[in-house]
Design a protein around this ligand. Structure first.
Ligand code: G3P
Length: 222
């Protein structure tokens, strides 16, 4: 059984960019080492290469396009993500919505580079569609709770339970994350007890005065 994944999406928060991205990655590496937990970060594309090279934690891109290297201005290829040292990428976040065809192309591009695909979804139907593409993870996040400070684990545990069941039914090899408002060890424990393989979160760590304190709390009940 791989250990649960705590994946921190730095989004484009000012508090998660540049020096702060390094500071958060450093705290994540320290807490991961102390606790034995798996803590990953998804920095902006600008910070991807330096973070992946400076730290021994799993680093993910926030987006990848399903295109081959070549004449595609402004695109992000899976090949470039792998070269930068990332282990995978988020695909289709509520803040970066893609069509099903785009999601499929992105997942295939990641798989071709042996990178991990974390497809974000917003309900059970999209979770089922995502699971059918056989990504490594489906991450279910009710959009109304994202950045709200209200945890999906406490406000809507039913959606976690139903999504886990849906994904398992479509493809039992796909692991499930959940996110939105995750902020404490209690939230993580509830999510794992409901059958997930970890959490995807952002603001509680990124906007914290001391991200290390929040990270320690997040892994405290694993
Ligand atoms: O990708 C994680 C994210 O959408 C959840 O955000 O701020 O509610 O933890 P947050």
């Amino acid at each position: 059984m791989p250990s649960p994944l705590i994946l921190v999406n730095l989004k484009t928060y000012k508090e998660g960019t540049g020096n702060r991205a390094h500071m958060i990655a450093q705290a994540a590496e320290l807490v991961a080492r102390e606790s034995g937990a798996t803590i990953g970060v998804a920095p902006t594309l600008i910070d991807l290469h330096p973070i992946a090279h400076h730290f021994a934690i799993p680093v993910y891109a926030q987006h990848v396009d399903g295109v081959e290297p070549g004449a595609h201005t402004g695109h992000i290829t899976a090949d470039a993500i792998r070269t930068a040292g990332a282990v995978g990428s988020l695909v289709n976040h509520s803040e970066r919505r893609l069509t099903l065809a785009d999601i499929e192309a992105s997942v295939k591009a990641l798989q071709a580079q042996k990178l991990s695909a974390v497809v974000c979804t917003n309900n059970e139907a999209t979770s089922a569609a995502a699971a059918a593409l056989s990504p490594d993870y489906v991450a279910i996040e009710p959009p109304e709770l994202i950045g709200s400070g209200v945890s999906v684990s406490k406000a809507n545990p039913e959606i976690i339970q139903r999504s886990v069941a849906t994904v398992r039914q479509v493809n039992p090899k796909v692991r499930v994350l959940t996110g939105a408002g995750i902020q404490s060890g209690d939230c993580v424990k509830i999510a794992i007890d409901l059958g997930t393989d970890g959490v995807l979160l952002a603001s509680s760590v990124v906007k914290a005065k001391d991200p290390g304190v929040v990270l320690r709390d997040l892994v405290s009940r694993l």
